[in-house]
Design a binder for this molecule. Structure first.
Ligand SMILES: *[C@@H]1O[C@H](CO)[C@@H](O)[C@H](O)[C@H]1NC(C)=O
Ligand SMILES: *[C@@H]1O[C@H](CO)[C@@H](O)[C@H](O)[C@H]1NC(C)=O
Length: 675
């Protein structure tokens, strides 16, 4: 289970009609005065209640703890600037006639009931539309179809009735109306977010509904609505791959954990099944108890889930925080909790209450069932080892492995498995997925090499499983829990899983990942191939990812004189994601500093020159997300969330010389929900 400390809201989502094509009939009217606060004050706006807003709300602050606010021009409304988080109040714009469409920048807390930008009709004071924040300070653009009220007198309210001391405020800027609302006026069109693109929970039309959401990955697993994190219970059972996800279906935020469930014939195309496990019923407000991460075990042909029962000890003082419980299914759809739970009543030592994410594996050293589980000595991460002849009678064998001061104090989501003559231990700590490879004697692990499961920012809680053909497959949650950047919250969902990967041992003894061949079946059209090219400082335009595509590049390092070369992805005139290889120090850098609404930063990995001098890249682009597989087994995963529809360009450039591109191919990919 991933640690989250967000405030919880048990409020359903407001479902509204999709804007579709914006009506062209409605003429364009002017918006309200001072719609972007560029006067530096509240001219044209009125504080109608409370003290949350006032003259100091208009701010020119540029950045906060996680990066820039992304205001338009200089000034914007910073919800905390007047009087902090907990105060309440409302700010109202001057009235104006509605055009067919409007858009604005919004940031601040997610609380649909208490924090929102509202569109109000002047004649009867009716609240026509509302949009809450996404639990991030940085602002993102939301677009509203207002054609229904074309020509009617309306105004905007910035509403804050939240007294919360965490995310109890809302930020706002740059209201645009009519055609100005759809783009930046310089040839770039905003991606349309909010109000729309919300398939109803339980809908079975993922294929067509998901396609409408410009941010939603098409071949990565996402929840219809609500939140997902850790992949859980991965297994191939009776031919079908099962993917469960830590899930809070009621809001796109972490909350009391359910297990979402999907199945697949090929580990690529998913079919949603009913929620497999629910948190226990509670009347205690704010009770976060739930079904945390766990794993699958096929025993006597039945599928068992061995997982963490998490109890919120604030709501239930004196309870054991984390125990191990079991559920099973006969039909692969309905799951029943074992009547004699828990199967392990708590951690083996009293050092720390953390005792989570049991991962069952078949141990070939003594042909028995074992599980590893995440724990802590209080000071260091630790992996206790358990053994049983069945899903129920687990016995503590001892400690498999203990970390040190370089690997953090608490470990989650451990996995332990052999590949060839090596054993691999992976675990999550402090928002990073780490691995160690080494040897194992049946009770203890000896580490030989350490590294990161993924070199990019958006990967955590990786779960491994062995499929029926004996491959070591894995799926990661494409999230990074400290970052608040989930712009898809405006569309009702947050969280997605990586594509299915295969693990292998790299030449240097580390853990490598590669995409499974079944992903080839996502191709929807002809592959465009560019033959050998030398590229210098004049960028080579490779094409467009057109939302979802696979890009393969082979670089001939022997024929490359450039000091470095850069592939630009999700590129438009306003933004791009840069992947740069430095031929001298053999470092590869993923740079998202100016790349959409995602987490900005630079992530670096060393990619040694391959013996044959051919550096290969296999890149999966999927609307908002990217997974970059390098030939040596390194993978970079990142969430980009492009701001503009035009941010789909792909190009290459050589810096300080030419880069020899042996072959480049772009294949359009389709949805994993269709067919
Ligand atoms: C989870 O643990 C709590 C506290 O010990 C207990 O009351 C509850 O019944 C457990 N749930 C299951 C499914 O075993
Ligand atoms: C881009 O994708 C859409 C939807 O998949 C398709 O209709 C369109 O033809 C594609 N455009 C190009 C230029 O390939």
């Amino acid at each position: 289970m991933t640690r989250f400390y967000y405030r919880l809201f048990h409020i359903g989502l407001i479902l509204l009609a999709a804007p579709g094509a914006f009506s062209k009939r409605c003429r364009q009217y002017d918006g309200p005065p001072n719609a972007g606060f560029e006067t530096g004050n509240l001219d044209g706006w009125e504080v109608t209640s409370g003290d949350a807003f006032g003259p100091n709300s208009v701010s020119d602050q540029q950045s906060y703890w996680d990066g820039p606010f992304h205001q338009d021009q200089k000034y914007f409304i910073l919800g905390t600037a007047q009087s902090g988080e907990t105060t309440v109040g409302e700010l109202k714009s001057g009235s104006f006639k509605a055009s067919s469409v409007m858009s604005f920048l919004i940031g601040g807390g997610y609380d649909p009931e208490n924090l929102y930008i509202g569109l109000v009709r002047k004649s009867d004071g009716k609240l026509l539309l509302q949009q809450t924040g996404i639990n991030d300070e940085a602002m993102i653009r939301v677009t509203w179809d207002t054609s229904k009220w074309c020509g009617e007198e309306v105004y905007i309210v910035i509403h804050d009735s939240s007294t919360s001391s965490s995310w109890g405020h809302i930020n706002f800027d740059d209201l645009r109306v009519g055609s100005d609302a759809l783009g930046n006026g310089k040839g770039l069109t905003f991606n349309t977010m909010g109000q729309a693109n919300q398939p109803p929970a339980g809908s079975s039309q993922a294929c067509s509904l998901f396609a409408k959401d410009p941010l939603r990955p098409q071949y990565h697993y996402t929840p219809y609505q609500g939140w997902i994190n850790d992949p859980s219970g991965l297994v191939q059972w009776k031919g079908k791959h099962h993917l469960f996800s830590q899930n809070y279906p009621s809001a796109p935020l972490w909350g009391p954990m359910h297990w979402a469930h999907a199945e697949s014939d090929d580990a690529v195309h998913w079919r949603e099944l009913p929620i497999a496990l629910y948190p226990r019923k509670t009347d205690i407000p704010g009770d976060t108890s739930g079904m945390f991460t766990g794993s699958a075990m096929v025993y006597e042909d039945d599928l068992y889930l061995v997982l963490t029962n998490f109890t919120d000890t604030n709501a239930h003082p004196g309870a054991v925080q984390e125990t191990v419980i079991v559920a099973d299914t006969k039909d692969g759809v309905r799951f029943d909790l074992y009547p004699n739970n828990p199967v392990v009543a708590g951690p083996p030592t009293s050092g720390s209450p953390f005792f989570r994410d049991p991962k069952v594996f078949r141990d070939p050293t003594d042909d028995s069932w074992k599980f590893v589980i995440g724990a802590s000595t209080g000071q260091f991460g630790q992996v206790p080892l358990y053994q049983s002849a069945n899903p129920f009678d687990w016995e503590h064998l001892g400690t498999l492995y203990t970390g040190d001061s370089s690997t953090d104090a608490l470990w989650e989501c451990p996995n332990f498995f052999p590949i060839g003559d090596k054993w691999v231990l992976i675990y999550g700590s402090n928002a990073l997925g780490r691995y160690e490879t080494g040897s194992y004697d049946g009770t203890t692990f000896t580490s030989e090499k350490r590294g990161f499961v993924d070199a990019g920012p958006a990967s955590y809680a990786t779960q491994w499983y062995k499929d029926e053909s004996g491959r070591n497959l894995a799926i990661s949650w494409m999230g990074n829990w400290p970052t608040p950047k989930w712009p898809s919250r405006t569309n009702g969902w947050a969280g997605h899983q990586s594509v299915t990967r295969e693990f292998f041992i790299r030449e240097d003894g580390g853990l490598g990942s590669r995409p499974i061949p079944e992903l080839d079946s996502l191709a929807t059209g002809r592959t465009k191939v560019l033959q050998r090219k030398r590229v210098g400082s004049d960028a080579l335009s490779i094409g467009s990812n057109n939302n979802s595509a696979r890009l393969k590049v082979t670089v001939d390092l022997a024929g490359t004189s450039a000091l470095s070369f850069t592939l630009s992805l999700f590129q438009s005139r306003a933004e791009s994601t840069l992947l740069t290889y430095n031929t001298k120090d053999q470092s590869m850098t993923l740079d998202t500093t100016n790349a959409g609404y995602g987490q900005p930063g630079k992530w670096v990995a060393t990619i040694a020159k391959p013996a044959n001098n051919k550096l290969t890249l296999d890149i999966f682009l999927d609307r908002s997300v990217v997974e970059i597989f390098v030939g040596d087994g390194t993978v970079f995963s990142a969430n980009i969330w492009p701001r503009y529809k035009e941010s789909t360009g792909i190009s290459a450039v050589g810096n300080g010389g030419t880069v020899a591109l042996d072959q480049i191919s772009v294949t359009p990919l389709g949805s994993s929900w269709c067919g």
